[in-house]
Design a protein around this ligand. Structure first.
Ligand code: S3P
Length: 165
């Protein structure tokens, strides 16, 4: 089974929807931020503090190589910057969770924003969102809107993959 790859801005619901896809059966959830945190024994925030964003991006690129060589039958929830700096299309079938910036801000509470160094400054985060939209669109094979519950979106994604396979 081909991997399902979820991309999108911070807070667009990649992990939540990935979890629902895994619950529908047949695919194991891999969350790239979680894998990096476990592997490094540090939170993403601490990694940014110790090796900077460029160091974090290097680890992400290594992880991509590892996933592409070793992972099948998975749903992969990527960090929001992963498809900006890497070609993720060869990891599997790529879905962009296209959620508006205002909706993202409503979803993320203060603690969730704090965990994300690139969300510390709201003006910069908004700019980043608009800079990245075109890149997400180019990397994705399918675009999924923000309407609907996580379960509904998960079902929509799986139905789309089943139809194509
Ligand atoms: C980032 C998104 C984060 C995490 C890191 C950088 C980004 O993941 O990888 O803080 O550049 O958009 P989420 O998209 O899961 O928040």
């Amino acid at each position: 089974m081909e991997n399902i790859v979820l991309i999108g801005f911070m807070g667009s619901g990649k992990t939540t929807i990935g979890r629902e896809i895994a619950l529908l059966g047949g695919r194991f959830l891999l969350d790239t931020d979680n894998l990096i945190e476990q592997n490094m024994g540090k939170s993403v925030r601490e990694i940014f503090q110790s090796v900077g964003e460029s160091g974090f991006r290097r680890i992400e690129s290594q992880l991509i190589l590892w996933i592409s060589a070793n992972v099948k039958n998975a749903v992969i929830a990527t960090g929001g910057g992963m498809p900006i700096y890497n070609d993720v299309s060869y990891l599997g079938r790529v879905f962009w969770l296209d959620v508006g910036f205002e909706q993202i801000c409503e979803r993320l509470n203060a603690r969730q924003r704090e965990q994300r160094p690139l969300f510390a400054d709201m003006t910069k985060a908004r700019r980043l969102y608009h800079e990245r939209k075109d890149i997400y669109e180019k990397q994705a094979k399918y675009v999924v809107g923000g309407g609907g519950s996580p379960v509904e979106i998960a079902r929509e994604i799986v139905a789309c993959v089943d139809k194509a396979e």
